[in-house]
Write a protein that binds this ligand. Structure first.
Ligand code: IFM
Length: 397
């Protein structure tokens, strides 16, 4: 048994995103990508896990085990299906979700952009993009009463690297260098959205969530590693120096080696365990990631907005989370200002092109949409309510 020193008010919950769970996100760019002939997606999202209609059931599952917080996203493509045309019905839908969460004792952490855009949007490199995003955010601000934490953009460093990520065929080889025009457009959209939110809702705490892995340079690569990391994550973390919090999303470590005078990620060793996404199974990554984020952002608190593992073995999920939370507890003990932990994900969901990887604390039958909580859900709830990380059974180690 190990104590996790959770400060008062610590956020303790699970996360989802709209496109990955709601279903029929027909006005979005991802829907178009999934359904075009020759799509790179192995499978489309379809009805996903029907959370558009079953969000209450999802929230009940979280609240019933003692989770106190729920991170979900609002879908821009539903709110603004045509440029400048805002759907009152969609805004009302998300207002109901916010009220439904509060009613269940779940504090909502709302993300305004989680990878998907309306199909009409011409991309973050378009000079008009920050204004267009701010216009959408101004509409959403009207339904956010009662929400304490708002995240503008999910993993801007992944969004900015997306075209190169596609060419590379996934994240297993590390994050490619983001495209400059995309990175700048996203940063500017974030700043404008923050301005809109603060003007409309002075109490709200604004941040964004960066994909921060535990980069481990070997000795010869140490000096050059900062230059490698700057475009991939440091600059995105630095953007948060004027935020109220910074979101850290950590899953794995990436070892860096020097190849001539170039730093590159080393493939995990042949004995390394890999998860369903091909990433190295490395629970302690969360510790390295929150420490690195805190180093970069200074006084701004960290919230772990995603952490989890793609596995078909729920015992392994518990073991992974045990390791991640033990590393988080050590960071808290060392005085790192972490204010929350959200597990990715509440539900098995659409993993951007495939239904293969299962990150959920709850499985979902995709024919009937029946939800079945896995043991890890109650396990996570107990850790939050007791502040204790139970020792693993020998069979779980
Ligand atoms: O499923 C994704 C999520 O949408 C963003 N962060 C990483 C998760 C696992 O790949």
């Amino acid at each position: 048994m190990h104590r996790i020193p959770l400060p008062p008010g610590f956020l303790w919950g699970a996360a989802t995103s709209a496109h990955q769970t709601e279903g029929a996100n027909e006005n979005s760019d991802w829907w178009a990508l999934e359904n075009m002939p020759g799509s790179f997606c192995e499978e489309p999202s379809g009805q996903a896990v029907d959370s558009f209609h079953r969000w209450g059931e999802d929230m009940d599952l979280a609240a019933d085990v003692g989770l106190r917080d729920y991170r979900f996203s609002i879908e821009w493509a539903r709110i603004e299906p045509e440029p400048g045309v805002f759907s009152g019905e969609a805004l009302e839908h998300y207002r109901h979700m916010i009220e439904g969460a509060l009613h269940r004792g779940l504090r909502p952490l709302v993300t305004l952009h989680h990878f998907t855009c309306p199909a009409w949007f011409t991309g973050w490199a378009d000079p008009a993009a920050p204004d267009l995003f701010a216009r959408y955010v101004a509409q959403v601000a009207g339904i956010l009463e009662g929400v304490e934490h708002v995240g503008t953009i999910n993993e801007p460093n992944v969004v900015a690297a997306f075209p190169r990520l596609l060419a590379q065929g996934g994240l297993a080889e590390g994050l490619p260098e983001p495209e400059e025009a995309l990175a700048q457009g996203l940063a500017s959209a974030h700043r404008q959205a923050r301005h809109v939110l603060r003007a409309a809702l002075p109490e709200v705490r604004v941040g964004w969530s960066v994909s921060v892995q535990d980069y481990q340079p070997d000795l010869p690569a140490v000096a050059a590693a900062a230059a490698y990391l700057y475009p991939r994550q440091t600059r995105f973390l630095q953007e948060s120096r004027d935020d109220d919090w910074v979101g850290v999303q950590a899953y794995t470590r990436i070892r860096l080696v020097l190849d001539g005078d170039v730093v590159r990620p080393a493939a995990p060793g042949s004995s390394a365990q890999r998860t369903q996404t091909g990433w190295e199974y490395y629970p302690a990554a969360l510790g390295g990631a929150v420490r690195e984020a805190a180093r970069v952002v200074g006084a701004v608190p960290v919230i772990v907005t995603e952490n989890g593992v793609a596995t078909g073995d729920d015992g392994q999920r518990i073991a992974y989370t045990h390791g991640a939370l033990t590393a988080l507890a050590a960071a808290l003990d060392d005085g790192i200002d972490v204010r929350g932990y959200f597990h990715w994900s509440l539900l098995d969901n659409y993993e951007w092109g495939s239904w293969g990887p299962t990150f959920g604390l709850v499985s979902v039958d995709r024919g009937t949409f029946v939800r079945s909580p896995k043991p890890s859900l109650a396990w996570l709830g107990r850790v939050g309510t007791s502040g204790l990380i139970p020792s693993l059974e020998p069979s779980q180690r």
